[in-house]
Design a protein around this ligand. Structure first.
Ligand SMILES: Cc1cc2nc3c(=O)[nH]c(=O)nc-3n(C[C@H](O)[C@H](O)[C@H](O)COP(=O)(O)OP(=O)(O)OC[C@H]3O[C@@H](n4cnc5c(N)ncnc54)[C@H](O)[C@@H]3O)c2cc1C
Length: 371
């Protein structure tokens, strides 16, 4: 049986090309197969996704010689500020602050829009002699056994290799065909995702503001722009998403605050349902599962029927409702009450019971992966 290449990688999104480039450095050849046409894969338009690349991810991209192609379009994330509160009341006086000055390696991470990362990876695999890229070819079957591995394309063509790797996304057909079960559940939350332009510079600071229905992430992009990942309960998110742009921004403002001046929408808005999805195992005979993050922010299990006016302020809060323990702390503006905005039994990290502190910390650690 003649081998097409060492690795047969199903999926040419982010993980497939990154793996092929890393394998090439180890002297292994790969064939990367994707069902989508090249132009669609590259997706030159912003689809709302922007990644917070941690230092380790940047190191990986450097190691596979892709970082230089994305660096110009990346935004160093100097500080991460995590607070909680409720819409229109401003953040609690307790917060977490991760300062890049406290680590030697440099920024806490880099923000990169999906489109730039994707394009850089695609161009790199196309230039790599050890990698064969096949687009517009759907893998419909795989055979993995002691003598080798192969995949069958929808056209009937069979490609042979030594290992099949499923980098085919969250609902991996490769894993399903191997009988690898997925576990998970929906969080009942939806992320409203968009990019915004703002008057004042963000100074490389990423914010996570935890509210009862879910967190709002404000993630710095190059220029006076930020990526917004705004989690709400499903019904509220649907209601907000159905609003025209002006009303959508009016709903965002009380959560976002006025610390970056006037905000405007940049491009389209998107929604992504949030949930957990994890495979029960990641390998089988001559088969491996390459996977991106499948979990998002932990669900907010604190619910309550009580509703309080969103403009209630804590004693001592300033005119805009926010304590300002550090320069440039985000301040919330005045809230227009929104349907479905659940109340918070207000406890602060460090001031509440152990359960609430744990909830804050769990969200913090998942946010570090997904923010
Ligand atoms: C708003 C948003 C923000 C995010 N932020 C982050 C973040 O900050 N950090 C982070 O780590 N992740 C983040 N994610 C998640 C991240 O986008 C995914 O983890 C990542 O795209 C997964 O990459 P992948 O290559 O594994 O899969 P995908 O990018 O989904 O690619 C899978 C590819 O497989 C192909 N394919 C599927 N089936 C077949 C088949 N049978 N035959 C051939 N081809 C097939 C598809 O066409 C597709 O191109 C975010 C996601 C969203 C929506």
């Amino acid at each position: 049986m003649s081998e097409q290449s060492d690795l047969l990688i199903v999926g040419g999104g982010l993980n497939g090309p990154a793996l092929a480039l890393a394998a090439a450095r180890a002297g292994l050849s790969s064939t990367v197969i994707d069902a989508l046409p090249r132009a669609e894969l590259e997706g030159a338009r912003f689809d709302g996704r922007a990644y917070a690349l941690a230092l380790a991810s940047v190191r990986l991209l450097r190691a596979i010689s892709v970082w230089d192609a994305v660096a110009d379009n990346s935004q160093p994330m100097l500080d991460i500020k995590v607070s909680d509160g409720r819409a229109g009341e401003g953040p609690s006086p307790f917060f977490l602050h991760f300062d890049h000055a406290e680590i030697e390696e440099g920024p806490m991470g880099h923000m990169v829009e999906d489109r730039y990362l994707r394009r850089a990876l695609l161009e790199a695999v196309e230039a790599a002699p050890q990698v064969t890229v096949i687009n517009e070819a759907q893998v419909v079957a795989q055979q993995c056994g002691p003598e080798g591995a192969s995949v069958t394309l929808a056209s009937g063509e069979v490609l042979h290799g030594r290992l099949v790797v499923g980098c085919d996304g969250k609902r991996s057909g490769t894993a399903a065909r191997a009988g690898i079960r997925r576990h998970g559940w929906g969080y009942g939350q939806t992320a409203l995702v968009c990019a915004i332009a703002h008057e004042k510079p963000h100074e490389g600071v990423a914010h996570q503001f935890f509210m009862p229905p879910g967190p709002l992430a404000i993630l710095p992009l190059p220029g006076n722009r930020s990526s917004i990942v705004w989690s709400e309960r499903d019904a509220t998110a649907q209601a907000i998403n159905a609003l025209p742009d002006g009303d959508y921004l009016a709903a965002l403002r009380p959560r976002f605050g006025d610390f970056l001046g006037e905000i405007t929408l940049e491009g389209a808005r998107f929604t992504y349902p949030l949930g957990l999805s994890i495979c029960e195992r990641f390998s089988d005979w001559r088969l491996a599962r390459g996977w991106g993050c499948g979990a998002w922010h932990a669900p907010d299990r604190r619910t309550g029927a009580e509703r309080r006016p969103a403009r209630r302020r804590r004693p001592g809060a300033g005119a805009a409702g926010g304590a300002r323990p550090w320069r440039g702390h985000r301040r919330a503006g005045r809230a227009a009450p929104l349907p479905g905005v659940a109340p918070l039994r207000h406890r602060h990290a460090g001031a509440g019971d152990g359960h609430d502190q744990q909830a804050v910390l769990e969200r913090q650690s998942t946010a570090a992966c997904h923010a």
